[in-house]
Write a protein that binds this ligand. Structure first.
Ligand SMILES: *Cc1c(COP(=O)(O)O)cnc(C)c1O
Length: 456
């Protein structure tokens, strides 16, 4: 008779009784260990390992499972990629006051929808609405989960089952495989594409307008640029067409630059206030790109349109929670005092650090590194990221290293270190780019680098 290999598997209880399991229980808690043992035993029941499996081997596998789970949770990392708005790393780091506001709101009750003076029901949008009106000089505003939500909601409220005219040159894929035309179609609006990839004229918009048209849309081609023979009507021209036909003009600008980035030699990013001044009826932008706040989407412009948007049932699905509202409000407040904004908003701070300062910090860190890593400090260039300013480089300073274990292994050790460090890897080198590292993190970065060879 052939012995059933599963009979040799211990029970969950037997494994937990093993003295060697005690350390795991101490570290991860009994519930988590029990769960991991059960998963591992289930796994072995379906596919018994080829070798005879002692309990020690089983506990090793359980430990690996627990370790992997531990690593899957969200944790702070040091962004040494040089890309300031790295979508995979959570885009903008929040200002201290914004992070504090979110933490305070998270930990207790807040006056989210209560007016404390009257005790009456209030609208959660009011504080941010008021700030955005002051900052942009617009009639009204409302905030939702992100700019994609702002697009879907706006089109659903203003153009469901009707046509929205948009240039073919602006149908962008924004990253992560998400395409603006597909996001827009999800709203129920019908895209009426006009013009060509490189040239769209005002006359193309005029010719496409009919009784089915509900709006005119412009999408900022955030993460790409067409050079050479290329043109599309600007927002003032579109606004004139919109006015002539009684149609709202919606400007999806993606990144919400509230300050002039020309001062960093980063020109060309549209600003919401300018778009509205040029005649857009609504402007849509993200809160966590160049604005430097939490993941949010801002819709600003004409009050009558904002009221219609807020009455849309999808508003309920896209509205912000207390933590994001608190963080956005605190971030926007930092823009009220222009002379303090730069020191307080981390994205602006990171952009404005001088190359000399980055050099000084890089030399200090490089001095501490083991000789065999061959660390060199040199000038380089990086990008803002987050779909902003795709063709404009930022000057930066990097520490380039070659580890005996190879670049992939070195990068892995950095990512799994304490704290985790995300470097750039290119051409056999692992590169620490300080453009995206706040100076306050230098000590933690050095500790992480110092622990690499002693780690795994
Ligand atoms: C980034 C971007 C979006 C999406 O913004 P999220 O806040 O990431 O949802 C939409 N439109 C444009 C033009 C963008 O650049």
């Amino acid at each position: 008779m052939i012995e059933n290999p599963h009979r040799r598997l211990p029970s969950v209880h037997q494994v937990l009784e093993d003295p060697a399991a005690a350390a795991l229980v101490e570290r991860y808690g009994r519930g988590a260990v029990k769960e991991a043992v059960r998963s591992e035993l289930d796994h072995r029941r379906q596919s018994p390992p080829p070798s005879a499996d002692g309990q020690a081997d089983l506990l090793d596998a359980v430990a690996l499972r627990l370790h992997a789970q531990d690593f899957h949770g969200i944790r702070r990392v040091i962004n040494a990629t040089g890309v300031i708005l790295h979508t995979n790393l959570g885009r903008a780091p929040l200002a201290r006051t914004a992070a504090d506001a979110a933490r305070e709101a998270a930990a207790g009750y807040v006056n989210l929808e209560i007016d404390l003076t009257t005790g009456q029901r209030a609208n959660r949008q009011e504080p941010c609405r008021d700030l955005i009106r002051r900052l942009l000089g617009c009639e009204s505003a409302t905030v939702v989960n992100n700019c994609a939500a702002a697009t879907v909601l706006t089109l659903h409220a203003l153009a469901a089952c009707r046509e929205v005219v948009v240039s073919r040159g602006q149908l962008v894929e924004i990253g992560g495989g998400f395409r603006i035309p597909e996001v827009m179609t999800a709203s129920g609006a019908i895209l009426r594409e006009v013009g060509t990839t490189n040239i769209t004229r005002a006359a193309d918009f005029e010719a496409a307008i009919s009784e089915r048209t509900a709006a005119i849309l412009r999408v900022h081609p955030s993460n790409f640029r067409i050079h050479g023979h290329a043109a599309a009507p600007d927002i003032a021209e579109l606004a004139a067409i919109g006015r002539a036909h009684g149609l709202p003009v919606i400007d999806d600008i993606g990144s919400g630059a509230l300050v002039d980035f020309a001062q960093f030699d980063l020109g060309g990013e549209p600003r919401p206030a300018e778009s509205l001044a040029a005649g857009a009826d609504l402007v849509l932008f993200s809160g966590d790109k160049l604005l430097g706040g939490p993941q949010t989407g801002i819709i600003a412009g004409r009050q009558e349109l904002i009221e219609k948007i807020e009455r849309d049932p999808l508003m309920r699905a896209f509205r912000l929670d207390k933590m994001c509202l608190a963080a956005l409000e605190a971030t926007l407040r930092l823009y009220l005092k222009a002379d303090e904004t730069f020191a307080a908003v981390p994205v602006l701070q990171l952009l404005s650090v001088s190359v000399d300062e980055l050099h000084r910090r890089a030399e200090t860190i490089a001095q501490e590194l083991p000789n065999e890593w061959g660390a060199t400090v040199r000038d380089d260039v990086t990008f803002v990221g987050g779909g902003s300013l795709p063709d404009q480089t930022l000057p930066t300073v990097v520490i380039a290293m070659r580890h005996p274990a190879g670049d992939a292994e070195f990068a892995r050790r950095l990512r799994c270190g304490d704290p985790a460090v995300l470097p750039r890897v290119k051409a056999g080198e692992v590169v620490i780019d300080l453009r995206s590292v706040p100076a306050a993190d230098d000590t933690r970065l050095m500790a992480a680098l110092g622990g690499i060879d002693s780690a795994l």
